[in-house]
Design a protein around this ligand. Structure first.
Ligand code: HEM
Length: 202
């Protein structure tokens, strides 16, 4: 069964992930235009983009553990990571523009007044070098060992994104708890399989 799925996945072009990645943004746009996003559209857009950012970051980290279980999505990891980063960047841009209206006198104090914003910002900053080096040229330049070490920042960035998510949420739904559990379980699996150093530096 898994062999058949893997054989099928080998034939799927990687750009399909970019194509699928536009769907949540298109859906959010449609909901905004048709008034289905809720009573507070700014919050609705911010939440929708943030939620997809979390989902995609966690999905990207799950690709390695899924491979150990026999499902090979490794070819799509770069595309998943870049689409996740695009949603983080859109979420941040929504906050900066439609929420804060580019009012810098309010934006700067907001960064340290609200801790969850500072934590979200740290996650975003950590993701920038990862997105910038998600290409073959960077892998060649850095060498695969250094590149892999750099990309371990993804665990820290996703951990911070999760903390940001948990801090923002006023109510903890099953969805939030499921994402947090998946994050903890997949990190645990890495430690069991590769040792604790594999999460940091090895
Ligand atoms: C990896 C980076 C980030 C992820 C994954 C993320 C994810 C999320 C999620 C899922 C929510 C909605 C929570 C809910 O539904 O209850 C949210 C809310 C929010 N995030 Fe982020 N975020 C990130 C970075 C940032 C950054 C960089 C900023 C701004 C500098 C930011 C500002 C906000 C704000 C203002 C809210 C709404 C809070 C409210 O309800 O008042 N986030 N974020």
């Amino acid at each position: 069964m898994l062999n058949n799925i893997n054989r099928f996945l080998k034939r799927v072009p990687t750009w399909v992930i970019y194509l699928l990645g536009t769907l949540p943004a298109l859906w959010l746009t449609f909901q905004t235009l048709t008034g289905g996003i809720g009573v507070d559209p700014v919050r609705g857009i911010e939440w929708g983009l943030g939620l997809w950012a979390v989902r995609l970051l966690i999905a990207t980290l799950c690709i390695s553990p899924l491979r150990w279980a026999g499902l090979n999505l490794l070819r799509f990891r770069r595309q998943f990571g870049l689409v996740a980063f695009a949603y983080v960047a859109l979420h941040f841009s929504a906050w900066l523009t439609i929420d804060m209206g580019l009012r810098w006198s309010q934006i700067i104090p907001d960064l340290y007044k609200r801790w969850y914003i500072l934590i979200g910002m740290s996650a975003l900053l950590l993701l920038i070098p990862l997105a910038a080096t998600s290409n073959n040229w960077s892998i060649r330049k850095l060498g695969s060992l250094n590149w892999n070490r750099l990309h371990r920042l993804a665990y820290v960035a996703t951990g911070l994104a999760m903390i940001h998510f948990l801090m923002v949420g006023k109510v903890y739904t099953w969805e939030v708890l499921i994402y947090a559990s998946i994050l903890v379980v997949q990190l645990g699996l890495r430690v069991v399989r590769n040792g604790p150093r594999s999460l940091v530096w090895a």
